[in-house]
Design a protein around this ligand. Structure first.
Ligand code: BGC
Length: 464
């Protein structure tokens, strides 16, 4: 509870001496802190006055009872690679009003969440008025509490009927996705003006590089999760193309076509809607011998997706840490690296690097639609948020057009194949009672939001 997190106040802040650093090829040395010189309003913060400060969630990870989508199916097949069922998740489908009130009470002014396609269109062409009314009330609650909604139309989960017919490798999917986007914009679009069509079409590329998903449709025939899902869907495992774990060339083409079709459909209904997609771009670093791999991944995972954003109203960037590649793929954190309890390196500077790279490639406004840390140790999250947000501020001071920052995540939730193990939330959720408990990071992040970043003061650095 709060008492426990209070005790951690004495933990070293981001300005405390860091552990020894690995060789410079892997870790750029930390430049001297430079005072902020670019005037902004108010003078103590680089963040523009209308900056959006929020948290992000996704339907399947928090709602509970999403039994009509593909991920629920994958969770429940024999020998699944999913650690556990999403089950009731955070019961956000019922608790959204109190959750939204809680987020607003922290001092935030935005909330990014996703619509669950499988609830809205449970069968092809059949739309649920009840599900649409549900999301309308969620949007109403956001407005009542002063939170600007950022609405994601697709966050990894798809109706099972879409996957049965070939999913994210099927040429008909862009048209089906556009039909859904057109309908929800017509029904709900008066309640918001920021839409992310789809979430992280490129995550699968990053996961493939880490050996976590298949590179070709044929390779799926060896994965019991796809074999089981195929049996249930009346298809074959090579044709089970879910969104999150399809890294094939076919999937790249279908996702790009679906985004473009969605933008057109949404603008056709509401030309003033601001539309973009969100990208899992990473900050790639080469360990000795990894230079070629890094160059290839920068192009394959980051740049080619950024180019698709040209002409959009914004691009969402979602970066958690950096990816260090050697000649054979990702290398483990160097000796002395700062790591979370799971042994993953903590590298809050990645988001700044990714923003600067995006700015060079595509001339559209940026929203940090996700950034955060998986840790059981909330003091690490407090450090992480302060440093990462200062990096965003420094990029803004250097001219990057960043309009908002969404912390992942509002609450501890269902982390896909890893189940409820990982903890990304600034709010803890009791898995038995659904009770919410604010963590210290929620208080700190709220203060950053309420002061529009001014509380970070001299933390903002330039020229990293
Ligand atoms: C996704 C989230 C996920 C988060 C943390 C992003 O890849 O959009 O759904 O929970 O990262 O891993």
């Amino acid at each position: 509870g709060p008492a426990a997190v209070e005790e951690r106040r004495g933990a070293p802040g981001p300005d405390a001496p860091r552990a020894a650093r690995a060789p410079d090829t892997v870790r750029p040395s930390r430049p001297e802190e430079t005072p902020m010189t670019v005037a902004a309003t108010p003078a103590t913060t680089p963040f523009p006055e209308d900056f959006l400060w929020g948290t992000a969630t996704a339907s399947h990870q928090v709602e509970g009872g999403n039994t009509n989508n593909d991920v629920w199916l994958y969770e429940h097949v024999p020998n699944t690679m999913y650690a556990e069922s999403s089950g009731d998740a955070c019961d956000h489908y019922n608790r959204y009003r109190s959750d939204i009130a809680l987020l607003a009470s922290l001092g935030l002014n935005a909330y990014r969440f996703s619509l669950e396609w499988s609830r809205i269109e449970p069968a092809p062409g059949e739309f649920s008025a009840v599900a649409i009314a549900h999301y309308r009330d969620m949007l109403r609650a956001c407005h009542e509490h002063g939170l600007t909604p950022i609405v994601t139309y697709h966050h990894f989960t798809s109706p099972t009927w879409l996957i049965a017919r070939g999913g994210w490798e099927d040429k008909a999917t862009p048209g089906l996705f556009a039909r859904y986007c057109r309908r929800v914009t017509a029904e709900l679009g008066d309640m918001f003006d920021l839409v992310c069509t789809m979430n992280e079409p490129n995550l699968a590329i990053l996961l493939r590089e880490m050996g976590l998903c298949e590179a070709t449709p044929g390779a799926r025939l060896n994965n019991p999760t796809w074999v089981g899902a195929a049996r249930a869907l009346g298809t074959t495992a090579d044709r089970v193309a879910g969104f999150q774990l399809s890294a094939t060339q076919e999937a790249f083409e279908v996702k790009v076509a679906a985004h473009r079709a969605a933008v057109e459909a949404i603008k056709g209904v509401d030309p003033a809607m601001r539309v973009g997609w969100t990208l899992a771009n990473s900050d790639f670093h080469a360990a000795p011998g990894g230079e070629e791999r890094v160059a290839r991944m920068i192009e394959e995972n980051n740049l080619r997706y950024l180019r698709v954003s040209e002409g959009d109203d914004f691009v969402g960037l979602q970066t958690y840490n950096r990816t260090v590649l050697g000649p054979d793929g990702p290398v483990p954190p160097a000796e002395g690296a700062v790591v979370n309890p799971a042994g993953e390196e903590i590298w809050p500077w990645a988001i700044g690097a990714v923003i600067r790279q995006a700015q060079e490639i595509v001339k559209v406004p940026i929203i940090v639609t996700e950034n955060g840390l998986n840790t059981e140790d909330d003091a690490q999250r407090v450090d992480f948020l302060r440093t990462a947000i200062a990096e965003v501020g420094a990029a803004i001071a250097d001219g990057a057009p960043v309009g908002g920052y969404m912390c992942w995540s509002a609450m501890d939730n269902f982390e896909w194949i890893f189940g409820y193990g990982p903890k990304f939330g600034i709010i803890a959720v009791d898995r038995d009672t659904q009770e919410r408990t604010l963590k210290e990071s929620a208080r700190v992040y709220g203060e950053i939001a309420r002061t529009n970043g001014a509380v970070l003061g001299g933390r903002a650095r330039r020229d990293r």
